[in-house]
Design a protein around this ligand. Structure first.
Ligand SMILES: Cc1cc2nc3c(=O)[nH]c(=O)nc-3n(C[C@H](O)[C@H](O)[C@H](O)COP(=O)(O)OP(=O)(O)OC[C@H]3O[C@@H](n4cnc5c(N)ncnc54)[C@H](O)[C@@H]3O)c2cc1C
Length: 642
């Protein structure tokens, strides 16, 4: 029988936008303080979303088991975040407000995000800053003592709070200290070096997970009343990305295979300012924070093929293309716009450096205006990082930068409560799809992770727990045995391939396919080709990859192989989603749909929806379900940053 396309219900509370969250919090049922200790909650992930959630839920009195793949929660990928975190405090008195942060985020996401979630995010942004200051996070301050702000892309106000170029690290240390307080109190049990390999669903409810102990190889089962997944993003599907090496899609993809819908998988973010690729065997790319575009000016030579060193190219022969094309936002246009423009310049032959795939980010004018010391205070560690990697001193010569895969807006589908379509499975931070539409604004990921963890889940999970089916579940349940069997079989299958080609080699080729056909710009022909290439590559992977070692001990080759096997399946879903969306919006730029000025052209009549995919089997097409997006408070317009 043909499955009917269902319209997903986001459970958005009724009433005016500005009152929805308050009203909902009042209407949500509460768990009595004494009853909270009867509930066990699994939190997978210890980044900003997971760390904040685990600490907050434990503080409320729930028992929490908290898992991560690293040896310490402090090594979650969030620690790499550089530039800052947004909040609508309006300390600068420059016209900011909750409404403006809401509007900028909706517009930045090219009108493909849910209004109610985004408004709530803007509302709680201010609480995040207060919470973090109370934890001792050392945000940069003005001379008079107020917290300092800088600007990020897609905004004309300064609302980004920062701790030099190490904001993620400082915020994570704050969350970690709250988490460790609860570990000491016995409310949180930490499980580092565990990789989630399956979700256990019993009677339609998420009731546990399976993990591999990465040190001993043992497969462990854990039961709970609810599972909160905060496992980060999948930008590493492109092989080269700015993400940590361990970032993966495995946890969310396995949940997808257990029935959770995957939303907008093709919405990925290519960040405009990264250190360009410099070799075939490179495995990692380095971000140069967007904050640098506050003072750095982006340019290329006006004449294609001009190979003179930058110091010999006079002002009159430089093209400050972002400032010229987008005078209102200049170098601070959103990431999708800045990335596409860099690509266009390089495709015209105006790219710089040895490969021609780079543009300049120049601080000469800022240093002349503010002095080297001021610039060093703001960006010192980023300049140092750049010099260490490239052996070029950005105080003296412009940086060379190029777009790179960085972040994903796609993720598991969640409703307003951050619960997936599987009751009891909550998804937060970069792992869900919820707040950024087709393009995320800079400094908004940290805001979302902490909003979800500190200020949303503590309320919404109670509402679920009160109404759930409370039948006791232990790890003796057949569903755990079945999942264990599946995980063991998949692992043995990987180890028995015995081929000739390394897993990294497959991953690298997958990355090339996606970058070429599903990267900064796409077209239908390329997407069809990519799908075929991915299928072929996946076939070869299961015949010809080589994975040394055993599953009984620490085996990083096996870890990587499992993740790459999932990337090889998931990449096809990305391409299917990109092919299905016959429009351009934000990070999804289909060349067939562009304005006369080569900007993304949306089709609001037919594609103003979230595309949520349901797994139907390894050999079956996934099924598309839609959540229509209703815009009642902002007008849908063609995005303009001119
Ligand atoms: C270089 C860089 C700089 C950035 N700078 C900024 C910035 O300045 N401002 C901003 O707003 N955003 C920034 N971002 C984006 C931001 O850092 C991330 O989106 C955010 O930190 C994600 O947080 P998270 O908690 O969702 O996931 P993560 O921090 O990625 O944490 C994921 C957690 O899940 C665990 N995990 C993953 N898979 C499994 C599994 N299978 N089993 C068990 N555990 C698992 C990991 O161990 C980890 O603990 C930056 C990103 C990068 C790459």
């Amino acid at each position: 029988m043909k499955e009917i396309t269902m319209q997903l219900d986001a459970k958005i509370p009724s009433g005016p936008l500005t009152e929805k969250w308050d009203k909902h919090r009042f209407e949500l049922k509460l768990v009595n303080p004494a009853n909270k200790r009867k509930y066990n909650i699994i939190v997978v992930g210890t980044g900003l979303a997971g760390g904040a959630a685990a600490a907050s839920l434990a503080e409320l009195g729930y028992y929490v088991k908290n898992f991560c793949v690293q040896d310490s929660p402090r090594r979650a990928h969030s620690i790499a975040a550089q530039g800052g975190i947004n909040a609508a405090k309006n300390y600068q008195n420059d016209g900011d407000s909750i409404w403006r942060l809401f509007y900028d985020t909706i517009k930045g996401g090219d009108f493909r995000a849910r209004e109610a979630n985004v408004y709530r995010l803007a509302q709680v942004s201010n609480n995040i800053i207060d919470q973090c200051v109370a934890q001792g996070v050392p945000f940069a301050r003005e001379y008079g003592g107020l917290l300092a702000n800088r600007s990020f892309g897609g905004a004309q106000v300064s609302r980004t709070f920062y701790a030099r170029g190490q904001t993620g690290q400082q915020l994570l240390l704050g969350a970690y200290s709250s988490l460790m307080r609860q570990v000491a109190a016995g409310q949180v049990t930490l499980f580092p070096r565990r990789e989630m390999l399956d979700l256990v669903v019993i009677k339609g409810q998420a009731r546990g997970i399976l993990v591999r102990n990465l040190i001993t190889g043992e497969i462990e089962s854990h039961a709970a009343d609810a599972v909160v997944m905060c496992t980060g993003g999948y930008a590493n599907v492109f092989y080269l990305s700015t993400n940590a090496m361990a970032s993966n899609v495995s946890a969310t993809y396995r949940a997808y295979k257990k029935g959770a819908f995957f939303a907008n998988p093709c919405y990925t973010q290519i960040h405009p300012t990264c250190i360009p690729v410099h070799g075939t065997y490179q495995s990692k790319l380095t971000l140069m924070s967007e904050s640098l575009r506050n003072d750095g000016r982006v340019w290329v030579p006006k004449t294609p093929g001009d190979k003179r060193p930058p110091s010999q190219i006079p002002e009159s022969e430089r093209d400050y293309y972002l400032e010229n094309k987008y005078p209102s936002f200049g170098n601070l246009v959103p990431r999708d716009v800045a990335s596409r423009n860099a690509k266009t310049q390089c495709d015209m032959g105006k790219g710089v450096g040895e490969t021609g795939f780079a543009v300049y980010l120049d601080f000469k004018d800022a240093i002349k205006r503010d002095g080297k010391e001021v610039i060093a205070q703001k960006y010192g560690n980023l300049f140092q990082m750049y010099e260490k990697i490239t052996a070029s001193n950005p105080y003296e010569a412009p940086m060379m930068i190029y777009p790179a895969s960085h972040y994903v807006m796609g993720g598991l589908w969640v409703d307003y409560n951050l619960m997936s379509n599987l009751p009891g499975l909550f998804v937060m931070g970069e792992a869900n799809f919820s707040d950024h539409g087709a393009n995320r604004l800079g400094a908004s990921a940290l805001m979302q992770g902490l909003a979800d963890g500190y200020f949303v889940i503590p309320y919404t999970i109670g509402g679920y727990l009160v109404g759930m089916d409370h039948t006791e579940v232990t790890t003796d349940h057949p569903a755990f045995k079945e999942a264990t069997q599946y995980v063991i079989e998949r692992t043995s299958k990987l180890l028995s391939i015995n081929g000739k080609r390394t897993v990294d080699d497959f991953h690298r080729e997958l990355g090339h396919i996606l970058w070429e056909y599903c990267g900064m710009s796409r077209n239908d022909e390329g997407l069809l080709k990519a799908r075929k290439l991915i299928q072929e590559l996946r076939g070869e992977f299961w015949e010809n990859s080589v994975i040394p070692g055993s599953d009984k001990d620490f085996n990083q080759s096996l870890e990587r192989a499992g993740r790459v096997a999932d990337f090889l399946e998931f990449a096809e879903l990305m391409v299917i989603d990109a092919f299905e969306r016959k429009e351009s919006c934000g990070g999804h730029f289909n060349e067939g749909y562009q304005t006369e000025e080569n900007e993304a052209k949306r089709d609001d009549e037919n594609f103003c929806h979230v595309a949520a995919w349901k797994y139907k089997g390894d050999d079956a097409e996934p099924k598309l379900h839609k959540e229509p997006l209703a815009f009642e408070n902002v007008e849908l317009t063609q995005r303009s940053y001119k």
